[in-house]
Design a protein around this ligand. Structure first.
Ligand code: CP
Length: 299
């Protein structure tokens, strides 16, 4: 099996291959029956990622195992590794994992003969989200080379921003971040930090991010956030007519983005959700193509 645990492991040719395979699933309404069993382990809540992985597996003809973390033996103290070894012994082929910790790092050095897919690891990575975001941009622009992508909001706590940075940069786009200084990430000093009001007219893609309150140590006051840092109706008017508005969801309307922006023809928000199914079909299919003894980290 192949595994997809970090966007940093994906080079351009692998990204292009995955994007094209996802596009083929969409354009040709391609039916591909793969064999295998997929289990989703979600230790954090999810609507889009969990359901789209389930839909992707079903459309590939894969068996899916329902794994409800709250009813599992993890509540009795079983570790993530022991849970995964149990799934391996049961004959599961691919496990899709979302967890609040940097779980790929926690599993480093352990050998599991299953494909592992990162559906979100703390504030570190969300590579399948970044791939579906790239697919959405590619459908609109063709090539992403030299496209300017502004990611605005709570960058410090965002796994989406980190994974998008790697995938989009690998595809030749220029990524810049915007938001309150308190959300500026200390681990990414090389990424341009811009004022949204100065950057908005020259951006090709504006990706708004939710404030990740669940990762904040202290509560954050959002009473003036929308006017200061959000995509307001006024900023929406200044966005180019051919620019894209994106958001990985879930959205907090009236905080990082106004309702008018969500309903604007430039908004790709529901298209991102839709693209998530075919993108995850391509990812699961690729994991299963990797043979019995793939690598924990992808090629
Ligand atoms: N974008 C995203 O990961 O959404 P969910 O938390 O609903 O899966």
């Amino acid at each position: 099996m192949n595994s997809l645990v970090s966007s940093k492991d994906l080079r351009r040719h692998t990204i292009e291959m995955l994007l094209q395979n996802a596009q083929d699933f969409m354009d040709k309404d391609q039916v591909r029956t793969s064999t295998g069993t997929v289990a989703n382990l979600f230790f954090e809540n999810s609507t889009r990622t969990d359901l789209s992985f389930q839909m992707a597996a079903q459309r590939l003809g894969l068996r899916t195992l329902h794994f409800d973390v709250s009813h599992s033996s993890t509540s009795k103290g079983e570790s993530l590794l022991d849970t995964l070894e149990t799934l391996e012994a049961l004959g599961v082929d691919v496990v899709v994992i979302r967890h609040s910790i940097d779980w790929p790092k926690a599993l480093e050095g352990y050998k599991l003969n299953m494909g592992l897919v990162n559906a979100g690891s703390g504030a570190f990575e969300h590579p399948t989200q970044a791939l579906l975001d790239a697919l959405t941009m590619r459908q609109h622009f063709g090539s992403l080379r030299n496209r300017k992508v502004t990611i605005a909001g709570d960058i410090r706590h965002s796994r989406v921003a980190r994974s998008n940075l790697h995938i989009l940069t690998e595809l030749g786009a220029h990524v810049q971040f915007a938001g309150p200084d308190s959300f500026r990430p200390s681990d990414l000093p090389e990424v341009p930090w811009v004022d949204l009001d100065e950057a908005i007219e020259e951006t090709d893609v504006l990706m708004m991010l939710r404030i990740q309150h669940e990762r904040h140590v202290e509560s954050t006051d959002v009473s003036t956030y929308h006017e200061q840092y959000g995509l307001t109706e006024q900023r929406l008017r200044r966005l180019r007519s051919d620019a894209l508005i994106m958001h990985p969801g879930p959205v907090n309307r009236g905080v990082e983005i106004c309702t008018a922006a969500m309903e604007d023809p430039r908004s790709q928000i529901l298209k991102q959700v839709k693209n998530g199914v075919e993108m995850r079909m391509a990812i699961l299919d690729w994991c299963l193509q990797g043979g019995k003894y793939g690598k924990l980290v992808s090629a």
